[in-house]
Design a protein around this ligand. Structure first.
Ligand SMILES: Nc1ncnc2c1ncn2[C@@H]1O[C@H](COP(=O)(O)OP(=O)(O)OP(=O)(O)O)[C@@H](O)[C@H]1O
Length: 320
């Protein structure tokens, strides 16, 4: 049973905030992860170990690391899958700062439907997350489940589809869509709930280059023009590096390195040690330093590390 925070009954050990409760969530909703350790049942070592991380409102953050590093587990701790649906041993807290008028609340104390209203989730498999035969029904599904006023639904569906650049797909059968279109429908479905934060687990892993580009463009737009915080788990960061504010590199459930991409890419040996691919433009720049063509990156006259092929090209031309 759900218990509201204002409930006057004797205090329970854990109070869960209901979807019915009227909340004014701050547009500046941020996340503070404090000493988070999580172990799946019957696992000898934790999947996440003493994670401390702050994610500011409006940031675009990429969580990366080798397979099994804990990327998905970290996202599940943010969107409430842990602890609401995934059993295990959880220590520490994921705080939502600005989630209530009185301040912060831990994810574990917010009900899953309430969380879905301000943290949207998109997964890697566009097939697996779409449940409705028609696109607009898919978008309406989440609105109905979270008790959105039916009078608002039409407008919310239209806006979410427009924001994802897929208004023309509104009446299409979901089974007839390409992978990239399905993934944008999944993003629109999350977006219709007007989330402050979008959490995406390898959202382009099943997509071809065109679908990948379309999805990344949508995410960049949502972040820049609508101020939505984007948190993506992704093993390959080449395409995301130019879009994101911060990369968080995980190693066996711990944070190995974090910072703006140009700073993180100053440490190629850490990428090599963890088996995470350094993007080609950054690899080229390090090769040029090794060959003595460029000054070392810690010298005052060193150029910034290129993030894109275009930046690498410009840097190479300057050397000719
Ligand atoms: N449901 C589960 N039950 C038990 N162990 C799990 C479960 N899910 C993940 N793990 C384990 O937790 C650790 C972290 O897994 P997680 O899926 O978070 O890593 P990841 O970085 O997302 O990996 P990938 O890139 O392969 O998706 C791994 O050792 C994994 O085997």
């Amino acid at each position: 049973m759900c218990v509201s925070l204002s409930d006057k009954r004797p205090k329970r050990k854990k109070q869960i905030i209901c979807a019915r409760q009227a909340w004014e969530v701050s547009p500046l909703l941020s996340i503070t992860i404090e000493n988070l350790t999580f172990s799946y049942p019957d696992c000898s070592s934790p999947a996440l170990h003493e994670i401390n991380l702050t994610m500011e409102a409006g940031e675009f953050i990429v969580i990366t690391g080798a397979t099994g590093a804990g990327k998905s587990t970290l996202l599940r701790s943010i969107n409430g899958v842990i602890p609401h649906f995934q059993p295990g041993t959880l220590q520490g807290n994921v705080w939502l700062d600005g989630a209530t008028p009185s301040g912060r609340v831990p994810v574990a104390r917010v009900s899953a439907p309430q969380l879905a209203r301000f943290i949207g989730s998109v997964f890697d498999d566009p097939e697996g997350q779409i449940v409705s035969p028609i696109v607009e029904e898919e978008i309406a599904f989440g609105l109905e489940n979270t008790g959105v006023d039916p009078a608002q639904m039409d407008g919310r569906i239209a806006k979410a589809l427009a924001d994802c650049g897929i208004s023309h797909l509104r009446h299409r059968a979901t089974s007839s869509l390409s992978g990239g279109q399905k993934q944008r429908v999944a993003i629109a479905a999350a977006l219709a709930l007007a989330p402050k934060i979008l959490v995406l687990d390898e959202p382009t892993s099943e997509l071809d280059p065109d679908g990948t580009e379309a999805v990344l463009n949508v995410l960049s737009e949502l972040n820049k023009n609508h101020g939505i915080t984007i948190i993506i788990a992704e093993q390959k960061v080449t395409l995301l590096a130019p879009l994101c504010d911060r990369l968080v590199l995980l190693e066996k459930g711990r944070i190995a390195l974090q910072g703006p991409p140009r700073q993180v890419f100053l440490h190629p040996h850490i990428f090599a040690k963890l088996g995470v691919e350094l993007p080609a433009p950054a690899r080229l720049a390090h090769a040029l330093v090794q060959e003595g063509v460029l000054p070392p990156f810690d010298s005052p006259d060193a150029p910034p590390i290129p993030l894109t092929v275009e930046e690498a090209f410009t840097l190479s031309r300057q050397l000719l």
